[in-house]
Write a protein that binds this ligand. Structure first.
Ligand code: C2E
Ligand code: CA
Ligand code: CA
Length: 505
């Protein structure tokens, strides 16, 4: 009822009704009723409209929500799984171990982490290409998965690294069984695109609770143990123990002091003579520069205890540059002495050669010191050729073009593939000292030494024997047609000053 109608009704109730006022009131009432009816209809219509619209909106929303949920599931899967093998990824593994540890703590159970790294996987990638490498990794993940119980988890950390989490372990034999099965599962060749591939793996194991209480600690320790397995010859397992931790700490400390030593110039080069033995008179035909770390207290540290660490942390590049620079300086100092024109051999590590800037930086050092290329010889081991034979050969070619010479060091200990020495641009073959040490008593060593000498001579290479300690060794080598000898028989590695004394005319 509107206000006007209300007022009229009030007045007439007080004053009494006449016909006119009643008809006015009826009009007013019917108007109000009309209004109500209109409002009702409008409301009804708008309600109907809205519910239709709402239905439509509802449908769209429902669809969108499913879509979002699907996307979320996909994202979640991607965030927690490795895209190549669909195995749990690093994040997922961390979560799983975290969860497993919490459970194990609550129920006083044991867990183990197996850190698996494929041996020489890089070779497959390099020889067969990356897509074959990827397929290979998928196959590996399937084989590893197939050896596990449902309660065990396999994940991929990245690259060729996998993790197995063993929960609720009743006895150590359970771990033994898993790593044995893992090692065995890879031992049958993989056939990919019709080609057989063989790869092994190294496994490091850490145990909860004895080796650590946190995810990070257990993974780190399993990783350390895996490295030890590699070091001991690959294709094997190794349990974490405290000595590995001490070793790791030692490595970090050595790395720090190596950095400082490079800055403080704490290194010296010792030189060991190379003697021509196939002529009437023995003559000095070269020296090998061997690095030593001279501590403040005067004590010497030998390269075997710091070169591997320098290689691991990349400091070797700085060291090698220093060695080449120092060799060039030394050649300059010897320029007008009896040691003039005696080439210096420098040991180069595989990491140096792999470095893109190696050739340029070496040549620029030589240029800075006016060093003629033929006075620098680079000693490389076969490991430098694992990377990419063609690239390495190209680099050797560039060095050759600048008159530097190349020796293949430690020959006989690595793969000693004959194709290397046939295809590579090398000038000298150095027989590893382990064969020289044995040859006077061991017929097999002697046979190997003689064969290497023949091989080298036939290929037009100059053969050098290192580790020559006795006159007997020397006689054998001369008879076998070896041209150059190096070893304690002639001299230990000595400082430049001492060498100058000996060879002063
Ligand atoms: P290598 O290149 O095979 O060097 C020969 C090693 O045998 C030297 O040990 C040398 O002192 C030792 N040696 C020489 N003659 C005899 C002998 O008649 N009998 C015995 N028992 N040993 C002999 P060193 O100086 O301790 O060097 C060890 C290794 O460290 C070298 O083996 C080389 O691989 C590496 N190295 C040395 N200097 C450098 C360097 O400047 N850079 C790099 N990357 N590695 C280096
Ligand atoms: Ca050498
Ligand atoms: Ca050697």
């Amino acid at each position: 009822m509107n206000k006007l109608t209300k007022r009229l009704l009030k007045r007439h109730l007080k004053e009494g009704f006449d016909l006119d006022s009643i008809s006015k009131l009826v009009d007013a009432f019917s108007e109000t009723i009309d209004q109500y009816e209109q409002d009702r209809l409008m409301l009804e219509r708008s309600l109907m409209l809205t519910s239709d619209e709402l239905n439509e909106i509802n449908d769209t929303l429902r669809h969108r929500i499913t879509e979002i949920q699907n996307n979320q599931d996909l994202l979640k899967h991607q965030a927690y799984h490795d895209s190549l093998t669909a195995l749990p990824n690093r994040t997922n593994i961390m979560h799983t171990i975290h969860h497993a540890l919490a459970l194990a703590k609550r129920h006083q159970q044991k867990c183990a982490i197996l850190f698996i790294d494929l041996d020489d996987f890089k070779k497959i990638n390099d020889t067969a290409g990356h897509s074959e490498g990827d397929r290979f990794l998928i196959e590996v993940s399937k084989r590893l998965q197939s050896i596990l119980r449902e309660s065990d988890t396999l994940g991929r950390l990245g690259g060729d690294e996998f993790i197995i989490i063993l929960e609720n372990i009743a006895s150590g034999s359970q771990i033994t069984e898993v790593y044995n099965r893992a090692l065995r599962s890879l031992s049958t060749p993989f056939i990919i695109d019709g080609n057989p591939y063989v790869v092994s793996c190294s496994i490091g194991i850490s145990n909860f609770p004895q080796d650590g209480e946190t995810v990070e600690e257990l993974i780190r320790k399993a990783d350390l143990a895996m490295y030890q397995a590699k070091k001991l010859g690959k294709n094997r397992f190794h349990y974490f123990d405290e000595s590995l931790e001490r070793l790791a700490i030692h490595r970090v400390k050595t790395e720090e002091s190596l950095r400082e030593a490079i800055e403080n110039n704490e290194f010296v080069l010792y030189y060991q003579p190379k003697i021509q033995i196939n002529q009437q008179q023995e003559t000095l035909v070269g020296v090998e520069a061997l690095i030593r770390w001279k501590k403040e207290d005067g004590s010497l540290i030998f390269p075997d205890s710091f070169i591997p660490i320098a290689e691991k942390c990349g400091l070797i590049r700085n060291l090698t540059k220093w060695v080449i620079t120092e060799a060039c300086r030394q050649l300059k100092r010897w320029k007008n002495t009896s040691l003039a024109n005696i080439p210096i051999s420098v040991n180069i590590s595989a990491i140096d050669i792999a470095d893109h800037g190696f050739v340029d930086s070496t040549l620029s050092i030589l240029k800075n010191y006016d060093t003629p290329g033929h006075l620098i010889n680079l000693e490389l081991t076969e490991s430098v050729f694992f990377d990419d034979m063609n690239t390495v050969n190209f680099k050797l070619g560039e060095l050759h073009n600048n008159n530097l010479t190349i020796s293949l060091d430690d020959f006989g200990t690595g793969y000693s593939s004959l194709s290397y020495i046939q295809d590579l641009q090398i000038d000298f073959l150095k027989i590893d000292k382990s064969f020289i040490f044995g040859m006077s008593k061991n017929k097999k060593s002697l046979a190997i030494v003689k064969s290497i000498i023949d091989l080298g001579n036939n290929l037009g290479l100059t053969v050098i024997a290192e580790g020559v300690e006795t006159a007997e060794d020397k006689e054998i080598l001369i008879n076998a047609n070896c041209h150059i000898a190096q070893g304690y028989l002639y001299s230990r590695p000595i400082e430049a000053g001492e060498l100058e004394e000996i060879y002063r005319k």
